[in-house]
Design a protein around this ligand. Structure first.
Ligand SMILES: *[C@@H]1O[C@H](CO)[C@@H](O)[C@H](O)[C@H]1NC(C)=O
Ligand SMILES: *[C@@H]1O[C@H](CO)[C@@H](O)[C@H](O)[C@H]1NC(C)=O
Ligand SMILES: *[C@@H]1O[C@H](CO)[C@@H](O)[C@H](O)[C@H]1NC(C)=O
Ligand SMILES: *[C@@H]1O[C@H](CO)[C@@H](O)[C@H](O)[C@H]1NC(C)=O
Ligand SMILES: CC(=O)N[C@H]1CO[C@H](CO)[C@@H](O)[C@@H]1O
Ligand SMILES: [Zn+2]
Length: 498
């Protein structure tokens, strides 16, 4: 009896202590979760049901990975698992989910090799089959220099003994995907070299005016099919040409965008639209930047409805830092929205890393990548204070050799602090990813907390519209339309269809 009493009193005191501790622990965790991106949203009953289904699949996948880390795909190179993720139920649900807008993509990197191969079957395409391979549409044999000789693509195909083999080789020019990425891309140097060659090859072929206009129309279509309703696209605005060799100025390229967007909106009135961000190369001198800024102002003046703003592009570590162009960029800071690539680097304390400071001081509305931001606590505060959107491109960062194991991607810090993240895809065609679903999937399954759920996905979609360059009225309209689409999805959702 005595014994039992002692046992009982110890037992209760343990419970007592435990309860206080457990409560504190639970409160800390729940308070902290509320601070995460989407963590303070409340779900409707209908959303709650969808969430239950989604999380059941998410947990199943992640529990398996936790028990078998050797099979956790997202710690390996994207190319080794990108086909596999399409079988995931989580992926399939995300694919069907309305995802708002995509705000960081480069025009020539949107549509992948299968689309580009189709373009090579069009009439009047000439090819120079020596290194580097050149592709150009023309009425007559192009006069541009070629180490071998220019010939019609149709002739080249006719002459080859094995067209399948010929096309397989050609297709390799239109993708950076390989079967053995760890061998082919040991460092950022190799991944960027191949990536830049991709642009070199496709840009001349796509710059034929009618092809260009059709390309962008088809790009919008692909986004729409991935349940995106609005796009802001970056372009270097290459000079377009006609079959007779006539070449136009860049303003014509900008207008070609407007034409393609207007045609698309007429065919798909449920789409919200698209805007252009003029984004010329950063590896230039100050004179060139001045000219680029003048052009940006001219485009803005000509087509204000379709123009979002200005950026500078190219491998950040190898280009010029923003610091070099501060006087020029300050001059137009009141008139132009800036969406600078900044901090797309692993080099802490480098000039690339410091681009974050200049982008913020120059009043950027959003930052491209901002990958290095967590290393800068004061800059993080500025981002919050100035409500600067962060365009994060997870797949791009892994493919272009910044990070391998996605659990180590700095986006987890942004998620934890509910920073204004907008997920995007950079150049999905170049690595044969979906327009946006792949990025959502890997961010949700590899970077986000295990507990993050439908609320995070919803907040990401809402952010993408909130941080867009749409004016207030259009933004409100876009949000209304998004919410309608979202509710419709929730109403129709059946877990058993996945
Ligand atoms: C969610 O519900 C809680 C409790 O009812 C409330 O305090 C909170 O403000 C709600 N959050 C939002 C974003 O509406
Ligand atoms: C390429 O063309 C074929 C035949 O017209 C078409 O079925 C296919 O969808 C096209 N592929 C792409 C990626 O556009
Ligand atoms: C043509 O090339 C493809 C791809 O390399 C190969 O699979 C096929 O066997 C070749 N066909 C002939 C007839 O050699
Ligand atoms: C748009 O809305 C934001 C925030 O609600 C406000 O700060 C800004 O002044 C508005 N802009 C215009 C042009 O009304
Ligand atoms: C690279 C890698 O680990 N791939 C794995 C992806 O997941 C599937 C299913 O669990 C495994 O079979 C693969 O080996
Ligand atoms: Zn980019």
């Amino acid at each position: 009896m005595m014994r039992l009493q002692i046992f009982f009193s110890i037992f209760t005191s343990v419970i007592c202590l435990d309860e206080t501790y457990q409560n504190k622990r639970a409160k800390l965790l729940s308070d902290e979760f509320k601070l995460t991106l989407g963590g303070s949203l409340n779900l409707t009953d209908k959303e709650g049901e969808v969430n239950k289904c989604l999380m059941q699949y998410k947990n199943k996948e992640l529990n398996y990975a936790f028990d078998h880390p050797e099979y956790y795909n997202l710690s390996h190179h994207f190319f080794t698992y990108k086909k596999k993720i399409r079988e995931s139920k989580v992926y399939q649900i995300i694919k069907d989910l309305p995802k708002g807008a995509v705000l960081h993509v480069h025009d020539m990197g949107i549509l992948g090799p299968d689309y580009l191969m189709n373009v090579t079957y069009m009439d009047k395409l000439y090819v120079c089959l020596s290194y580097p391979v050149q592709l150009r549409f023309a009425e007559k044999t192009p006069k541009l220099s070629c180490a071998s000789s220019w010939q019609l693509m149709s002739e080249a195909r006719r002459k080859t003994t094995n067209v399948t083999k010929f096309d397989l080789e050609l297709r390799k020019l239109f993708t950076i995907v390989v079967d053995n990425p760890d061998v082919v891309y040991p460092s950022i140097t190799q991944s960027w070299d191949v990536f830049m060659k991709y642009f070199l090859t496709v840009s001349q072929m796509l710059s034929h005016r009618p092809v260009w206009e059709q390309y962008f129309y088809d790009a919008l279509k692909k986004f729409r099919e991935d349940n995106i309703m609005y796009v802001e696209v970056r372009s270097i605005l290459p000079n377009l040409y006609e079959l007779d060799g006539t070449t136009y100025g860049q303003i014509v390229t900008a207008k070609a965008y407007r034409k393609a967007i207007n045609r698309f909106m007429k065919d798909y009135p449920d789409f919200i639209g698209a805007k252009l961000i003029y984004a010329p190369p950063r590896k230039v001198d100050t004179e060139a930047v001045k000219i680029d800024l003048d052009l940006a102002l001219e485009i803005k003046h000509n087509m204000p409805e379709h123009f979002a703003g200005f950026d500078l592009v190219g491998q950040e570590d190898k280009g010029k830092p923003l610091k070099d162009f501060v006087p020029q960029l300050e001059t137009t800071a009141k008139e132009l929205n800036y969406f600078f690539h900044a901090g797309e680097t692993d080099w802490y304390g480098s000039l690339t890393d410091e681009n974050l400071v200049d982008a913020i001081l120059l009043g950027a509305k959003r930052l491209g990548h901002a990958y290095a931001l967590p290393k800068h606590p004061l800059l993080m505060k500025e981002v919050i204070k100035n409500n600067i959107g962060l365009e994060v491109n997870v797949v791009s960062n892994t493919v272009l050799s910044l990070v391998r194991d996605l659990r180590n991607h700095p986006l987890s810090v942004f998620f934890a602090n509910d920073l204004p993240v907008v997920l995007s895809s950079d150049d999905p065609g170049a690595w044969e990813a979906d327009p946006i679903t792949d990025d959502f999937y890997v961010a949700f399954m590899g970077v986000a907390s295990k507990q993050s759920d439908l609320r995070m996905l919803k907040k990401l979609a809402l952010n993408s519209l909130e941080y867009s360059a749409l004016d207030n009225q259009s933004k409100n309209e876009a949000l209304k339309r998004f919410n309608r689409k979202w509710d419709e999805f929730m109403k129709k959702f059946k877990c058993s269809s996945y």
